[in-house]
Design a protein around this ligand. Sequence first.
Ligand SMILES: [Zn+2]
Length: 91
Amino acid sequence: MARMGDVQFKEGWIPRTKGCDTYGCWQPDGQVLINVIPHAVDTILHELLHEARPQYSERAVRSIVGKLLKKMTEEEMQTIYAEYRRKVDQD
Ligand SMILES: [Zn+2]
């Protein structure tokens, strides 16, 4: 954890490759880029599915959301994240 003080963190979008997300990236200049969008969208869809289908098990929810994320486009991911940000920022 002491090492965190030496590293500069930035948030930013890292493009998807073949439906897979890169959650973070260490850069040679010592910065670490964190892609918060897939973390947030994964959680948003997960919790919305619990809301819509309370009878589904945790395992089922994770499985469905995992498949859904692989099929989503970058634009869809960014749209969900933007709507989430809009709602969070207005509260
Ligand atoms: Zn859950």
